[in-house]
Design a protein around this ligand. Sequence first.
Ligand SMILES: *Cc1c(COP(=O)(O)O)cnc(C)c1O
Length: 465
Amino acid sequence: MDSDEFRKQGHALVDWIAEYWRDLETRPVTPTVRPGDIAGALPSAPPRLGEPFEHIMEDFERIIMPGMSHWNHPGWLGYFPSSSSAPAVLGDMLTTSLAAVCMSWNTSPAATELEQVVVRWMRDLLGLPTDFTGVIQDTASSSTLVAFLTARNRAGSRQADRLTAYWSEEAHASVGKAARLAGFADHRCRVIPTDDNYAMDPELLAAVVEADREQDLVPGIIVGTMGTTASTACDPLRAVGEVARKFGAWYHVDAAYGGMLAMLPEIRPLLDGVELADSMVTNPHKLLLTANNCSIYFVRDVDALTRTFSTSPDYLRAAHDGEAVNFRDWGIPLGRRFNALRLWVVLRSNGVEQLREMLRAHLKLAQELVGWVKAVPGWELMAPVPMGLVCLRHVPPELAGDEVALARHNAAILERVNATGKVFLSHAMLGERYVIRVAIGSMRTERAHVDLAWRLLSERRVNPR
Ligand SMILES: *Cc1c(COP(=O)(O)O)cnc(C)c1O
């Protein structure tokens, strides 16, 4: 594609994106395709000769778009949100245009230094300790794996098979996965029960760690969660951290979803105790309009981190190694995208106050929904709502007490609502109880969309559009 053609197609594509966003609401949120439909519509080999971009766009609209779920749709209320904003797209265009591979300071000095600056901005916005240093990883799953690998490396190989790990039964699946990948044996991993609010019980934790110490085991890592995935429960981070400190375990805080909300002073207390953490992860790609992938890993002991990950093959050594940071030593990948640029553009274009306003508006909608649910008999709120997620279910009197039947009943409601294509909700299990999750935080979601979701759930009349 030559430069003139690039200009022509690029301008047309920006128009396409603007119209896509403008008309998003007229599309079903999720597609109706069956597994294999999309692959079956595509040729089995790439073209031998290049094709005009118009043909590619035609196929994109005809074949790919019908198989897309629209995370930017205002009716997107499933999982946790991940929206992209116009600044994120523009920042991404720059990142891909530059194609910088940000492994070392000298492979793009500005990329390293901008990353250092934006993660420091984020650290201060969230009120994190000033001795935390940040690095952008691809996902929270990777960040948590980095924490486990660092904890294990710090403990040394002599202790390896006596090393234990602790997290709550409501912790994200990525935590157990990180333990497995980092070589923590299954029989050395403890899943701590939670209380009525789905938060870790720190006294139980202390008792379990104590018992392990008596067995001559070595507490390696404890994970606390701020904002669990099923219900946004928050572990008592300070009490959990005190246990970690007492027994010398690495303390990792998973705030993948909730962390960004700590830029609101009214939410920040839920992070209280993070000062005791050795590391914390939070994802701008969930609530902060950057789209995937952009996860920030904060860590206190940078030496412990780089001792775990640094490799300095001769061909990567550079004159400035002594004075500059090489992010290749801060995680698993060597080649890294210049993702800091997108986050920087998003932060500057919106400004902190506008981002706070959006986050706050969504939290307020969640509270409104809480009020609506409470007002209708037969509907139950299933967990406290400290953030933007409402867990609910319908309990017809004849099914009360029968968890299996209630799960089936609510799964059918969820399927009926999602089949309308107007909103998309997901579900979770809280212990044995099936709950419908309404996660409010997608950039375009407004009161009308939450209202629509609630009307669809509670089967009141929905005006045709
Ligand atoms: C979403 C989530 C994760 C996983 O995030 P990825 O960036 O997709 O790996 C981990 N922990 C919690 C609490 C989450 O909500």
